[in-house]
Design a protein around this ligand. Structure first.
Ligand SMILES: Nc1nc2c(ncn2[C@@H]2O[C@H](COP(=O)(O)OP(=O)(O)O)[C@@H](O)[C@H]2O)c(=O)[nH]1
Ligand SMILES: [Mg+2]
Length: 300
């Protein structure tokens, strides 16, 4: 496949085209994804957290840090359609401009449109495309509003949850699962004060999650403070990957398989003929099979 080999050759236009396919045309994207090599090289960082906490600003710092280390960085930012972060979209564009002359950086924004219709699969595909194109670090930024936004960062080797001072109650009240996914909890905007209190309430909340000991760091993405320690934390995870940690590799690939499977199941439901659904419904009506069994057969 021509597009696949152009992507593998690192052709930027091909990468952009391939990601558009992943967003707009699941069928062709499926063929492309099969033609690409299985993911294996890139270190995948997931960045999530409520809107406005400074995720995009922090991603900019990570890009700078990894570029300084000589690594190529690809970013997929899923912008929430919520008007609260309208400014972030503009911010992303400005940042995109700043990197447009650096061949070692590729940034792509996707509109979330409420995550319906397999956007998490599109994001997962985009990360694999960037991997195939030779980006050594890939970053997925999603706004941690709903479960789907947060779940998708499960495809990352390292998950950063970005919060800011004064958010303790919001995080505690949210059922979205931010407290379960993080490898590193970043209290950003330390320049505003109140970060210490936020760190204490984070530790209190994390005490409940057994068997996990995520790091908690304070940074100011705006001022560039604490970024070295954050880089050390992510680099410690990346070195486990380089040491061949199969557990870590499996975790990311398992996440990608699950995202692709969810999208595939949805596609099968949507494209299944009404006659097949009708036939299954009839079997349920006749008491021959359960609804659950009919559902399983529908996606088979
Ligand atoms: N004071 C302060 N503001 C910050 C910091 N990091 C980001 N911001 C600001 O917070 C706003 C939201 O940042 P953005 O990165 O777009 O947040 P996102 O929605 O989480 O991606 C912007 O106005 C940033 O300039 C920080 O460390 N300190
Ligand atoms: Mg953002």
């Amino acid at each position: 496949m021509k597009l696949a080999s152009a992507v593998r050759g690192g052709d930027r236009a091909a990468v952009a085209k391939a990601i558009s396919l992943a967003e707009d045309d699941p069928d062709s994207a499926g063929a492309l994804m099969r033609a690409l090599r299985p993911p294996r090289r890139a270190f995948v960082i997931g960045v999530t957290g409520p809107p406005g906490t400074g995720k995009s600003t922090l991603v900019g710092r990570l890009i700078d840090g990894y570029r300084r280390n000589g690594l190529k960085v690809g970013v997929v930012a899923v912008d929430p359609s919520s008007p609260i972060t309208g400014g972030a979209l503009l911010g992303d564009r400005i940042r995109m401009k700043a990197y447009s002359s650096d061949e070692g950086v590729f940034i792509r924004s996707m509109a979330s449109r409420g995550w319906s219709g397999g956007l998490s699969r599109a994001a997962s595909d985009a990360l694999q495309i960037l991997d195939s194109a030779g980006f050594e670090v890939t970053i997925l930024e999603t706004a941690g509003i709903g479960q789907a936004d947060i779940e998708v960062v499960g495809i990352a080797h390292a998950v950063l949850v970005v919060l800011m001072p004064g958010m303790g109650d919001d995080v505690q009240a949210s059922k979205a699962g931010l407290m379960e996914v993080g490898d590193v909890y970043v209290v950003n905007k330390s320049d505003l004060g109140g970060a210490g209190q936020m760190v204490s309430s984070l530790f209190a909340m994390l005490r409940g999650s057994k068997g996990r000991s995520p790091a908690v760091l304070t940074v100011s993405a705006l001022k560039g403070e604490g970024i070295d320690r954050l880089m050390q934390a992510t680099e410690a995870i990346r070195s486990r990957l380089d040491d061949g940690s199969e557990e870590l590799k499996l975790r990311s690939i398992r996440g990608m398989v699950v995202e692709a499977a969810k999208a595939e199941a949805m596609r099968r439901v949507e494209t299944s003929s009404t006659s097949k659904a009708d036939a299954l419904a009839k079997l349920v009506l006749e008491g021959k099979i359960s609804v659950a069994e009919a559902a399983a057969r529908l996606v088979q």
